[in-house]
Design a protein around this ligand. Structure first.
Ligand code: HEM
Length: 483
């Protein structure tokens, strides 16, 4: 007799002893239970990581801009389009809450009492403190540091010692991102604590940001524990508004947050940039020529001021973020019933809100040929130039300070890779400086093409909340001075 049969036999006997009514009841409960289990298993094991998350586009075509679906037993209400972005990202503090959703994942990484492990008002103050190391003056010193790290990486890593070869883009960009960010934001001492084996740890952390970890956060799933807590320098002389000096552990945790908050986003973006350049070698050549024209044939070491002279170099980042925004799903808990403007619906507190600004960034209503990666579209006269209709232009221009500096009040733009509202990214300028400096230096060093010489590009892995290229993602490189 099989083990399964042994286990099931007593249950069968008990079932047969029940009356018909009870049998129907038990069967019904068993059916519901089985349906839920199968649905959960289907979402866990059979979801296609190549599909856009939650089939946003397909669902939108079927149900419109606002709809609810069930994810692992939780009701998720999606609000799409520019109005949906605004509704969620500019939701009032009494209505929406980010920390309840994110804390289970970020607190083990950043540490306690910072970011989502504290009330929102405290986070707003902490964002202001963290922005202290993200000033123009600081960026001026960061460009030579980032340049040095990028060039050292491609000079000293054994893979790149030949004249040509294959680059594992995800690995290289994870490493370059942590080296450039740690050296510029936290100094050489901290940078020297990182070595290449860290890339694997970061991958594990990425996988901690999957939907299942939000919901089953108590389960021992990969990525929910981190040992990556480098010691951090002090935030000098800062005090909270209530006069309390920032405790040492909060300073350390804020420094970790500053490093970690951008790691996945920046390395995913730089990976996509490298893949797009390999897909479009002619654009890589244009980038090189742009530098020769703007900075001179001898290409002196890059300075912060040079970045503004390289519009195509800037557009590469903008266009890549349009098609490959690393944070594809932004979530909020609903704290009080929220009426959806222009409808009879009220979103109850049992639902979780989900915003996907990446969808409006690839909406043909705003971006002609939306699926084409065309950095030239950001030039005024391009046929693909965004036809961004600012529905509430005046409101958009209005600025508001949530406690960490002025930001646009509205979220009416279809292009919001850095979010909007009180949770808007504070790392936008740093990320731009980091990515533009990286691209400018890479273009000076290499020529890229696809490994097969073709024009294809890998799909997107949406398994984690950070989208990134599906692996393997390799490109062919050749040293420019050898070409
Ligand atoms: C390409 C790079 C980046 C992208 C696309 C990006 C995107 C975003 C987005 C969409 C949000 C809003 C999340 C939400 O509303 O729930 C956000 C928040 C944030 N980002 Fe970034 N980010 C990037 C790089 C960085 C960097 C380099 C740093 C730090 C130096 C950073 C620090 C933060 C912080 C502290 C928040 C605030 C979270 C909050 O207030 O809830 N980000 N980012």
């Amino acid at each position: 007799m099989g083990v399964f049969q042994q286990a099931i036999e007593p249950l069968q006997e008990r079932f047969q002893e029940l009356g018909t009514g009870s049998q129907v009841g038990v069967s019904f409960v068993a059916f519901i239970f089985l349906a839920v289990v199968l649905n959960v298993l289907k979402q866990l094991f059979f979801s296609n990581p190549n599909e856009p998350p939650m089939f946003f586009k397909k669902m939108r075509a079927k149900h419109g801009d606002v709809y609810t679906f069930v994810l692992l037993g939780k009701k998720m209400t999606v609000c799409l389009g520019t109005k949906g972005n605004d509704f969620i990202l500019n939701g009032k503090l009494r209505d929406v809450n980010a920390e309840e959703i994110y804390t289970v994942l970020t607190t083990p990484v950043f540490g306690r009492d910072v970011v989502y492990d504290c009330p929102n008002a405290k986070l707003m103050e902490q964002k202001k403190f963290m922005k202290g190391s993200l000033t123009t003056e600081a960026f001026r010193s960061y460009v030579p540091i980032i340049t040095e790290e990028v060039n050292n990486y491609f000079r000293t890593t054994s893979t790149y010692k030949a004249k040509s070869g294959t680059m594992n883009v995800a690995k290289a960009m994870a490493e370059v991102t942590i080296f450039t960010a740690s050296h510029s934001l936290q100094g050489k001492e901290i940078r020297d604590q990182f070595d290449e084996s860290l890339a694997d740890l970061y991958h594990d952390l990425d996988m901690g940001f999957t939907a299942i970890n939000f919901i089953l956060h108590w389960a021992p799933l990969p990525g929910t524990r981190s040992e990556t807590t480098p010691s951090a320098p002090r935030l000098m002389n800062a005090t909270y508004k209530n006069g309390i000096k920032i405790p040492d552990h909060e300073i350390a945790h804020m420094m970790i947050a500053l490093l970690m908050a951008g790691q996945h986003s920046s390395s995913s973006t730089s990976s996509w940039i490298m893949l797009r350049l390999a897909q479009n070698p002619e654009i890589m050549e244009e980038l090189y020529q742009e530098q020769v024209r703007a900075l001179g044939k001898d290409l002196p070491p890059l300075q912060y001021e040079d970045l503004a002279k390289l519009p195509l170099n800037q557009a590469i980042i903008k266009e890549t973020l349009r098609l490959h925004a690393p944070i594809h799903s932004i979530m909020r808990a609903v704290k009080s019933p929220m009426p959806v403007p222009g409808s009879k619906w009220v979103i109850p507190t049992s639902h979780t809100l989900l915003s996907a600004p990446g969808l409006s960034a690839s909406d043909p209503q705003f971006f002609p040929s939306p699926d084409a990666w065309d950095p030239h579209r950001w030039e005024k006269d391009s046929p693909n130039a965004p036809t961004i209709v600012r529905q509430e232009a005046e409101e958009d221009d209005e600025k508001i300070d949530y406690g960490y500096g002025l930001v646009s009040k509205g979220a009416g733009s279809p292009y919001l890779p850095f979010g909007a509202g009180r949770h808007r990214c504070i790392g936008e300028h740093f990320a731009n400086v980091q990515l533009q400096t990286l691209v400018a230096n890479v273009v000076r060093t290499f020529k890229f093409k696809n490994v097969d010489g073709g024009k294809t590009i890998v799909g997107t892995d949406y398994q984690s909340l950070f989208s990134r290229p599906l692996e393997p993602c390799n490109i062919h490189w050749e040293r420019r001075d050898e070409a």
